[in-house]
Structure formats: structure tokens, C-alpha cells
Design a protein around this ligand. Structure first.
Ligand code: ZN
Length: 451
């Protein structure tokens, strides 16, 4: 992954949001039909496709491996599944939609009446046209999911029920991509990739993460970025268990999910609630000019639950557009390719790039002329030009000079001044060029991009 751009501004200028959004949507479209689960070939197939976007290290962890209080489950694979009526017609057909089978269903092949079959049929009476998404990972069971409308039309009959699946010792598979920066300090970007044909909950996070990895590799970075494509819950538990020491290097982290729908952003804070990542995301959203929602941490949701468990307590938040579980399409066949929008995907990508840019550029400086204000006019830094942006930049310079006593970062200054981080950062860059500022020791800018 070669470096092509000198900085984020150049990267941003080289990107066309419409092209980017269309490319991410096209990737989702390709991944959508694969029958993923927490283990198995659907997951591997997904990683193989992602590897064409960004080089992935694929890990295979054997079934039965103890990972903290959990055990890596047996591997599940499925070839076919259906319910046939006595005329031989497939009235429920896995080949038509993979949500029709409860994930991790054990193999079944027998004839039964509707009354016998009925406890194994799952529907959504309130959303009668939609197929629900159901799983049975940790309890041996089998079942089918179908629109409630269709269930109502099923007559008493002798049905032939077939689930051609295997549940055997095998592996849990996950993918990892490390984009190296100058330091060993890491930013974690984690997304679950274990849902079958569900677009927003799952594939939107996967696509945006893959594109971020590809593009971050093109700019010089201070932090290293670790991208994880894992099965939900058991995947993060497994990764943390196998990488307990490495996890301690994580300075900032985000779980990405439900990031492709047309709703406004929702940010769920890390357990600490005031980590730099919480403040960086909050700042970017606050200055985006769009409504957004911030929610406090709770021990429910996606993999942030594991990263924020007390033994790790990592600064990991969760970025979403619509909040999982709170939109009607969630975990149904309506979370489809039309529900995710190229414009929203590109917007999510851009916001995340801004968050990482902020983290890369957030430094602490010392004012080298702290006894009263330096004379900025004499240096051509003050009142040289009119216009709002220049006035904002002048204000930003005054704030940076005043608060740069070695204890306030640029983000601290942006928050306290109410000015956008970009203005504060631009002001610091100008003051630096005029020898009015110096970075505190250990916080020097990245000069080159060692690999
Ligand atoms: Zn989900």
C-alpha cells in the first residue's frame, strides 16, 4: 500500500464523493448474497472479496479454543434448505433468500405436518411482508423465517423439510489489516461481518472500513490503524483473548455499523465517555451542520461491549447513522440494497476521514512568545485580508497563542474557543511557520512515513 498523498487535504482533494459512494455500494452489492454467519465459508468468501480492496491477514481459530469465558463454536456451513409442499413446490426456499433459514440451523430432512413445522417458523406479524433475521448460535435448533403473509397462506399439508447444513469442528475466521503509521500507537476500527443478506447492519460498516483502510494507507500517519472484520461478539472476544498485550496499544477506537442508511448520525460514546475519540467524533459532528444524536455508553450493542469491558476499558465508541434496533428495517429483509445509499456511504466515509485527520493532527504546542501577544501585524499574520474566514483564522491564532502553554491540545483549544478544529489547526500551522510555536517534546509532526 504505497503512500500517494502528502497529507489528508491532498487525499480529500483527490476523492470524488459520488464515485466513492458508488464504489462502496457496488462492493455491498457483491457481498450481499453471501450466506455469512459467525463461522463458515460465507465469512471466508466475504474476506476473499475484501482482500481485493485491501490486503487482509486472514486468521483461522480452531473450534473448541477457549477465549476468556467463551469457547470458539463449531463451524457452520449450509448448501441448501427448503420446505416443499406435497406437490413438490418449494414454498420456502433458501436459494431465494438466505434469511429464510435460521443461522446455525442443524441439519434436518423429514416430512411433517404444518402443526409440527409451525414452532420452527418465524415471522413478524407487525411487518407481514418482511422476512425476519434469526440465529441460534449457542443452542442446537433449526428453523425457517418467512413473511407473516406467506405463513397465513400455508395450508395443512404434508411438508418435506430439508436443511442441508453441517455443524462440525472447524474454525472461526476473521480478517485483519494493519495500516502502519510512524508510531506503534493504534487506532482500532472494528466491524462485524457475520450477518447474511443484511446491507446496513453489517455490510455498510464493512465497506466503509475497507475503503478507509485503502485510503489511509495513502497518507503519512502518526498512528497505526488496525481494521478488524470479525464475527460479532465471539469475534471481538476471540481477538481480545489472542491479542491481550496488543490491545493495550489501542489509543482510540471505533466500531462501525449501520452507517449506510439515509438517517442522521448517532454516536455512542466509549465507556469512559470523554476519551479523545469521543471528543473528536463529537467535534466533527457538531461542526457538520447536520442534526446528530449522541448516546452514552451502555453494556449492550455491538463489539464495543467487549472492547469496553472493565478488563480492557478501551476508548472505543460506536458510530452509526440510524441506531441499530431502532429502525423498522433492522434485522429484516428490508435492510436491503435500496436501504443503503451511496450518498450516505460517502458522507460516512468523509466524516470518519475527518475524525482520523483530527486525531492525527491533534498536538500540543508551546507559545514561544508568551509574554504578552506577539505583534502579528508586523509578521503579516493579522488584518492582512478581509472576509469571514480570515477573521476566524485570526481569532484562531489568538486562541492558539493564548492556550498553548503546553497543557492544552489543539482539540482542547477548538472546544474552548468554539471554533472548528480545522481553523485551529491552520492557525497553529501558520504560527509554527513564523516560529511563534513549538510542539511539546514527543509530539512532533510526522516527517516521513516509515514502512
Ligand atoms: Zn445485527
Amino acid at each position: 500500500m504505497p503512500t500517494h498523498c502528502t497529507d489528508f487535504a491532498q487525499l480529500r482533494a483527490a476523492l470524488d464523493p459520488a464515485t466513492l459512494g458508488a464504489a462502496m455500494h457496488a462492493l455491498i452489492r457483491e457481498l450481499y448474497p453471501f450466506c455469512r454467519s459467525i463461522t463458515g465459508d460465507g465469512f471466508r468468501q466475504t474476506l476473499a472479496r475484501l482482500d481485493k480492496e485491501v490486503p487482509l491477514e486472514v486468521h483461522e481459530v480452531p473450534s473448541g479454543t477457549n477465549v476468556f469465558d467463551w469457547t470458539v463454536p463449531r463451524e457452520w456451513n449450509i448448501r441448501d434448505a427448503y420446505v416443499k409442499n406435497s406437490s413438490g413446490e418449494r414454498v420456502i426456499d433458501f436459494q431465494h433468500h438466505n434469511l429464510h433459514v435460521v443461522s446455525y440451523s442443524v441439519p434436518v430432512r423429514r416430512k411433517m405436518s404444518l402443526a409440527e413445522l409451525r414452532p420452527h417458523l418465524h415471522t413478524l406479524p407487525d411487518q407481514p411482508e418482511l422476512i425476519p433475521y434469526r440465529t441460534s448460535y449457542y443452542k442446537e435448533d433449526w428453523g425457517f423465517c418467512l413473511p407473516h403473509r406467506q405463513l397465513q397462506q400455508m395450508a395443512e399439508d404434508e411438508y418435506e423439510v430439508c436443511i442441508e447444513s453441517t455443524l462440525e469442528d472447524g474454525h472461526l475466521t476473521y480478517g485483519e489489516c494493519l495500516v502502519k503509521g510512524a508510531s506503534a500507537q493504534e487506532v482500532l476500527v472494528s466491524c462485524h461481518a457475520c450477518h447474511p443478506s443484511l446491507a446496513n447492519d453489517n455490510l455498510s460498516g464493512v465497506a466503509v472500513a475497507a475503503f478507509l483502510a485503502r485510503h489511509l494507507a495513502q497518507v503519512p500517519l502518526r498512528n497505526s490503524y488496525r481494521f478488524l472484520f470479525i464475527p460479532g461478539t465471539i469475534g471481538s472476544i476471540t481477538w481480545l483473548s489472542l491479542n491481550e498485550e496488543r490491545a493495550r496499544a489501542i489509543r482510540h477506537g471505533l466500531v462501525l455499523t449501520c452507517i449506510g442508511d439515509r438517517g442522521n448520525f448517532t454516536y455512542k460514546k466509549s465507556r469512559g465517555g470523554n476519551a479523545e475519540i469521543d471528543r473528536a467524533v463529537g467535534h466533527v459532528l457538531e461542526h457538520s451542520g447536520r442534526d446528530y444524536t449522541t448516546v452514552e455508553f451502555s453494556p449492550y450493542g455491538y463489539d464495543e461491549r467487549q472492547y469496553c469491558s472493565p478488563g480492557f476499558n478501551l476508548p472505543v465508541g460506536c458510530l452509526m447513522r440510524s441506531h441499530h434496533g431502532q429502525f423498522p428495517e433492522y434485522h429484516t429483509s428490508a435492510d436491503n440494497l435500496d436501504f443503503v445509499d451511496p450518498v450516505a456511504l460517502a458522507d460516512s466515509f468523509a466524516k470518519l476521514l475527518s475524525v482520523f485527520e483530527l486525531i492525527e493532527q491533534n498536538r500540543t504546542y508551546i507559545n514561544l512568545n508568551p509574554n504578552c501577544e506577539p505583534q502579528l501585524g508586523r509578521r503579516g499574520l493579522y488584518g492582512a485580508m478581509g472576509g469571514t474566514h480570515i477573521r476566524q483564522l485570526e481569532m484562531a491564532m489568538l486562541w492558539v497563542l493564548n492556550l498553548s502553554d503546553g497543557s492544552s491540545s489543539l482539540l482542547d483549544i477548538a472546544e474552548r474557543s468554539g471554533l472548528p478544529f480545522d481553523a485551529i489547526n491552520d492557525a497553529a500551522a501558520m504560527l509554527l511557520r513564523h516560529d511563534l510555536l513549538a510542539p511539546v517534546q514527543g509530539d512532533e509532526p510526522v516527517a516521513s512515513h516509515p514502512r
